[in-house]
Design a protein around this ligand. Structure first.
Ligand code: HSE
Length: 434
């Protein structure tokens, strides 16, 4: 059979990795796909020194690739929303299949892109958009297709996890670790996407859609980053038997779907609490299977290429199939998507870690306990650091049982209004993941 012709748009970290993996593993890939997968053209403005493209046709205009009649599959690896969207829509219009690693594009414009792809009978594959080399989209969309998914929770930003790990283990500064992540090619072009949780929210939006069969709704995700975490809270969390991770959590409840990204205390003995460095991990809980865990490299040249190439093999195998009988883009049939609402963060339920800077007076703890009990908030553990009294202030740290966020908001407002409490109360959500 004739080889499938691929055009790669973007020869950066992932594009270069994709070219190299396709070349190095060409024989194994052809044995799997049933035909060769050949790079016919590359669009790039700069050569990649880690990539020997030999005689492959190179252009500096992505639209040359998209409009090249020889090409069957366009691989979009330029990132961003603007040109990437234009080239993907044009490729679909031209009847080409698309493989992309672009989580921002899928999370924000995926509904429109998939509708257009259905109209034209082409595939848009996006395994590399979430958790790099971990085949978690395939696992949820196909491997867990028999389940009603209850919840998923993941460390889905390698840069953020790398920063938290290095800060905790080596006491390095935030800026220093971020710089290294940028040099290693893990960080987004705009690193605020990593540290403010936007990248993780893009990925969580995609995972929630394929887990629950809902349209992509990035604008409704609650997003909180890691930039305001302090070493003190990291250490108090450890003393309480927890570790702080930056988690994306999606949970189905009767009233709606929780879709939230934020720093989270998780019990230190959970496997996912021990996922360090740039590694990613996603827990998925289904009613039949129980909890499952997917772990691996969440970014980087060849790990992400691994997912791009797997999509290329999938598309190569499906080229001759009836478009109506392919795996749906969002796992559920497009006319069966649910309108179960995304909950605002105030309606989400969690346990909470609170740190209160209190004046070292008799009766302060009693006032704190009263405020919480009046709002039906149950305390799981409490710790007062007498040894750390500074300027007459003592840190009071407590962990609550699960409660709706609105009640914690009320309690924090009341605590901050106390004469014996100074400054803002620190609040970090806690998940047991069991
Ligand atoms: N900036 C992303 C991360 C790259 O650090 O996880 C992979 O999506």
């Amino acid at each position: 059979m004739k080889p499938v012709k691929v055009g790669i748009c973007g020869l950066g970290t992932v594009g270069g990795g994709t070219f190299n993996v396709l070349k190095r593993n060409a024989e194994e890939i052809a044995r799997r796909a049933g035909r060769g997968i050949e790079v016919a053209q590359i669009a790039t403005r700069h050569p990649n020194p880690k990539c020997d493209t030999g005689a492959t046709s190179i252009t500096d205009d992505v639209l040359d690739v998209v409009n090249n009649p020889e090409i069957d599959i366009v691989v979009e690896l330029i990132g961003g929303y603007t040109l990437a969207k234009e080239l993907v829509l044009q490729a679909i219009e031209n009847g080409k299949h698309v493989v992309t690693a672009n989580k921002a594009l899928i999370a924000v414009h995926g509904n429109e892109i998939f509708a257009k792809a259905r109209e034209k009978g082409v595939i848009v594959a996006f395994e590399a958009s979430v958790a790099g080399g971990i085949p978690v989209i395939k696992a949820i969309r196909e491997g867990l297709a028999g389940n009603r998914i209850n919840w998923l929770a993941g460390i889905i930003n390698g840069t953020g996890n790398f920063i938290l790990t290095e800060m905790r283990e080596k006491g390095r500064t935030f800026e220093d670790v971020l710089k290294e992540a940028q040099e290693l090619g893990y960080a987004e072009a705009d690193p605020t996407f990593d540290v403010e949780g936007i990248d993780a929210a893009h990925k969580l939006t995609i995972l929630a859609s394929i887990a629950f069969g809902i349209p992509l709704q990035f604008d409704k995700a609650y997003t909180e980053g890691i930039a305001r975490l302090t070493t003190a809270d990291v250490n108090y969390a450890e003393a309480l038997g927890y570790r702080i991770k930056h988690l994306g959590v999606a949970r189905r409840t009767d009233s709606g779907i929780e879709l939230r990204v934020h720093p989270t205390l998780i019990p230190a003995d959970r496997l996912i609490a021990n996922v360090n460095g740039v590694m990613n991990a996603v827990m998925v809980n289904g009613d039949a299977v129980g909890s499952t865990l997917y772990y691996g490299a969440g970014a980087g040249m060849e790990p992400t290429a691994s997912a791009v190439v797997a999509d290329l093999v999938d598309v190569a195998r499906a080229l001759t199939t009836d478009p109506n009988n392919r795996v749906p883009h969002l796992a559920f049939q497009p006319d069966s998507l649910s309108d179960h609402p995304i909950l605002p963060i105030s309606a989400c339920e969690s346990a909470y870690y609170l740190r209160i800077q209190a004046k070292d007076h008799p009766g302060v703890l009693a006032q704190v306990a009263t405020i919480l009990s009046e709002r039906g908030i149950n305390i799981e553990s409490i710790m007062q650091k007498e040894a750390e009294v500074q300027d007459g202030l003592v840190p009071v740290i407590l962990v609550t049982h699960r409660v709706v966020e609105q009640r914690i908001d009320d309690a924090i407002a009341a605590l901050e209004a106390l004469e014996d409490v100074v400054g803002q109360v620190v609040r970090i959500r806690v998940e047991q993941l069991n």
